[in-house]
Design a protein around this ligand. Structure first.
Ligand code: MN
Length: 481
């Protein structure tokens, strides 16, 4: 996909938004004229960069203004045009988006440490203002990472680190898995080139040796689904290189990674997801503890799917992921797919909606309101949001997402402040535990409350891990002094 042309972009737009082709073409010609004479370090005309960024956005089915802003995203910084002129030629939305992206990148060139923290904070909190700015920034970063070979060795490492620390978690949080896994692989390639090569070779070998096995399964399942009149599409997917590297690094053996190979099975509706699951378990023996129902329990970034790992032909472990076509869109593009469904809704309404649906937004707003200092803010986000996560269950089966190291106190405050403030005891997996018990993945938590309790003691603050819990405990103690 190296030589994207204007026609490729327009064809992509035509496939989901045919009435907007003309304005996208106008934005391209506009940007081309403004950047004329400028070249990238690769020697290519500069316009290839915004064109690729816009193409990545169109693959995500981004809306018209977002794609226009993708084409124009470097014009404010690199040419003589002004925000007002963009607003006149297009509209205020496009001008605001371009301006937002420019403000993010401008700070990038500062070498002062504190300004870097300010920049990082801007990038991270930008998501709560207009998430489209971040999506454009992610597309921009993705194309820059794809063309990183033309930069100096120092820049390569620096950009890769920043990508892993900031952009990969952001892509995960908005559910943009495709961008996330490509960014991870590109970063690893520059950060640990030898490792990257080694894992890449291993991955190729596995893919080669499993082609027959997967093909056989694919044909068999496809045929059964067809006989049952279940509309479907099946694709083979292998874990990305970074994903394999991470597991190996945690001490797993290659042969133990159960989701190395997957069959992605897409069907028309939810009911047929479960029918398909039955069909697969009937044909292939499942591994009990590898079954996951993310349809009943969606991930906090709205990912939905049924996962089951089975013994395929030749006793090979194969993971199958079963979901509807709509769920697949969200699995690949996350929030932007959601954006697509909600077409026409006011931006404010959608941002509000996101805060309700994505736990991440809420936590971020919380941290942002608590830390004035940029460095403290960035560190807290890294510890609390970008670190490894654990998932614990409420008694109703709802999932609460928490940073690794979180205690029962954090769980309680995330669940409900009133419950937390009257908490007198806790059962985890039916056993009584102290309230500073550190939660593990899949723990089931039952909180015992008593309206007559004295409320949270001050020393709970030190036993809590998240900003939310600490803040609520402080508030309670202030109000009851
Ligand atoms: Mn750019």
């Amino acid at each position: 996909m190296n030589n994207i042309t204007l026609n490729d972009l327009l064809n992509e737009i035509k496939s989901y938004n045919p009435e907007e082709v003309e304005i996208i073409k106008k934005a391209y010609l506009y940007a081309e004229r403004l950047h004329s004479g400028q070249v990238r370090q690769s020697g290519e005309p500069y316009i290839t960069h915004p064109l690729n960024v816009a193409y990545i956005l169109s693959e995500m089915h981004a809306d018209r203004d977002t794609v226009c802003a993708g084409l124009l995203h470097d014009t404010l910084e690199d040419t003589d045009i002004t925000k007002e002129e963009i607003a006149q030629s297009f509209n205020q939305n496009v001008a605001n988006l371009v301006d937002g992206v420019t403000k993010l990148s401008k700070l990038n060139f500062s070498s002062k440490q504190d300004q870097n923290y300010a920049n990082t904070r801007k990038i991270i909190t930008g998501i709560t203002e207009d998430v489209r700015i971040i999506i454009i920034k992610l597309a921009d970063r993705l194309h820059n990472m794809r063309t990183l070979e033309f930069k100096s060795a120092f820049k390569q490492k620096e950009n890769s680190l920043e990508t892993m620390e900031i952009f990969v978690p952001l892509a995960y949080y908005i559910g943009a898995y495709r961008i996330k896994s490509e960014l991870e692989d590109l970063s690893l390639r520059y950060l640990k080139p030898d490792m990257y090569k080694k894992v890449e070779e291993q991955k190729l070998k596995i893919e080669e040796s499993s082609i027959d096995c997967l093909g056989e399964m694919l044909c068999k399942i496809e045929k059964i689904l067809k006989d049952r009149n279940i509309p479907n599409e099946i694709k083979v997917r292998t874990k990305n290189i970074y994903g394999i590297y991470k597991r190996l690094n945690e001490g797993h053996k290659l042969s133990d990674i159960h989701d190395l190979l997957s069959l992605k099975i897409m069907v028309d509706e939810i009911e047929n997801c479960y029918k398909t699951l039955g069909i697969i378990h009937n044909e292939y023996h499942p591994i009990n503890d590898k079954f996951k129902d993310y349809i009943c329990n969606p991930k906090t970034n709205m990912y939905m799917s049924l996962h089951t790992t089975v013994f395929g032909p030749d006793d090979r472990l194969v993971q199958t992921q079963i979901r509807t076509f709509d769920m697949d869109k969200i699995a690949s593009f996350g929030l932007t797919a959601y954006w697509d469904y909600q077409k026409g809704k006011a931006r404010d309404v959608m941002q509000e909606d996101l805060k309700k649906k994505f736990q991440f937004f809420k936590s971020l707003t919380e941290i942002n309101s608590m830390f004035g200092d940029n460095q403290e803010f960035v560190n807290q986000v890294k510890n609390e949001l970008f670190a490894d996560r654990i998932y614990a269950y409420t008694t109703k089966g709802d999932i609460i997402e928490l940073p690794k190291g979180a205690t029962v106190i954090d769980f309680a405050y995330k669940l409900d402040a009133d419950i937390a403030n009257t908490m007198v005891g806790v059962f985890v997996n039916d056993e009584y535990v102290p309230i500073d018990y550190v939660l593990q993945n899949k723990d089931r938590v039952r909180i015992v409350t008593d309206d007559l309790s004295f409320g949270p003691r001050k020393d709970w603050i030190d036993k809590a891990h998240t900003s939310l819990a600490k803040k609520k405990i402080r508030e309670f103690n202030k109000n009851n002094e």
